[in-house]
Design a protein around this ligand. Structure first.
Ligand code: SF4
Length: 322
């Protein structure tokens, strides 16, 4: 009997899915290895192995189960309720490196069905993060065709189950790429959905074959409700996307810090210019937004006034680290 059939028989794999389905989902590309189980995991079914790259996705999705253990995540509490188990399985599916494993058979469908995950209104988190973008989060905005259709923000892993779900939800008409670090499988998504990709020239958009190339530092209206705002700093061609003056998709420019309870930027991974990033941050003070939806770091929701206060604190913090 083939390995895949044995795994299906014992319930480790979904009977209806093929080997290629699993391979494309990333599970058979590399499954968590119990022999490499990190010592800090509490005893029980779920574990994290030593391939974890500390991207934080599992801790965001199931904070009651996963904990930061320095340079990796560990399972600090085994899930007890159905809801916790579902969130843990969603973390397993979202993990970019297949570092989360189980000892006993689980219904992985519960994790697969969780994505795209609703955040607010018609905005979703895609899950299925990619190792090539260090587990960066990507998002999907659902819009009627008459209003320009769906928008994919940065690229998730091109996983069969996600692609199928997205197709049912209307695919993607536009794909906004915040910067060159988070492009992952953009070519495959563009081929699948025929979407128009948007990216800044200074992050190599022409070389990547991007259809709509943004130039310079002036904001660019992509649609009646979509505004691209160049924010050089993290990279030279970094751009954030403002949707409906409510949702700011910030790539690696800006995120919420749970430790400092305010907005923050990432000094140690500023590849282009910290001074430019400060200037770009100051530029954002003129815009209203209620959500910060980053590639890395935490999501935050607050009033436009409070967001502006947090942004000012962030700018002060950044200036102190010149
Ligand atoms: S999602 Fe995976 S790679 Fe990221 S911190 Fe968790 S176990 Fe590690």
């Amino acid at each position: 009997m083939r390995l895949i059939d044995k795994l299906k028989l014992v319930g480790l794999l979904e009977p209806k899915l093929s080997l290629s389905d699993y391979a494309q989902q990333g599970w058979l590309r590399k499954m968590a290895n119990v022999e490499k189980r990190l010592a800090g995991n509490v005893p029980g079914d779920f574990f994290v192995d030593s391939s974890c790259i500390d991207c934080d996705a599992c801790r965001q999705l199931a904070p009651e189960v996963f904990t930061d253990a320095g340079d990796a995540s560990i399972v600090s509490n085994q899930p007890l309720t159905l809801a916790d188990t579902r969130r843990t399985l969603m973390a397993l599916v979202a993990c970019p490196t297949g570092s989360i494993g189980t000892l006993k058979p689980q219904d992985f469908r519960a994790g697969i069905d969780g994505f795209p995950m609703p955040i607010a209104e018609n905005v979703y988190f895609c899950g299925y993060t990619s190792e090539s973008s260090f587990g960066a989060w990507s998002y999907l905005i659902l819009r009627p065709e008459a209003e320009g259709g769906n928008v994919l923000i940065d690229s998730p892993r091109f996983a069969t189950q996600l692609v199928k779900k997205m197709a049912v939800m209307g695919g993607a008409r536009k794909m906004f790429l915040s910067h060159s670090d988070d492009i992952a499988d953009h070519v495959r998504f563009a081929e699948k959905f025929g979407c128009q990709r948007v990216m800044h020239a200074d992050d190599g958009a022409a070389r990547l074959g991007i259809e709509w190339i943004i130039q310079g530092e002036k904001e660019v209206r992509l649609d009646h409700d979509l505004l691209a705002i160049p924010t050089p700093g993290h990279t030279r061609g970094h751009v954030v996307l403002l949707y409906k003056q409510r949702y700011l998709f910030t790539g690696d420019h800006l995120a919420w810090s749970p430790e400092r309870q305010t907005l923050t930027a990432f000094r140690s991974v500023c590849w282009y210019s910290w001074d430019e990033q400060i200037r770009s941050m100051e530029k954002l003070l003129q815009y209203d937004f209620e959500w910060v939806l980053p590639g890395h770091g935490r999501i935050h929701n607050d009033s436009p006034e409070n967001m502006r206060s947090h942004l000012k604190r962030c700018i002060g913090w950044m200036k102190a680290r010149r």
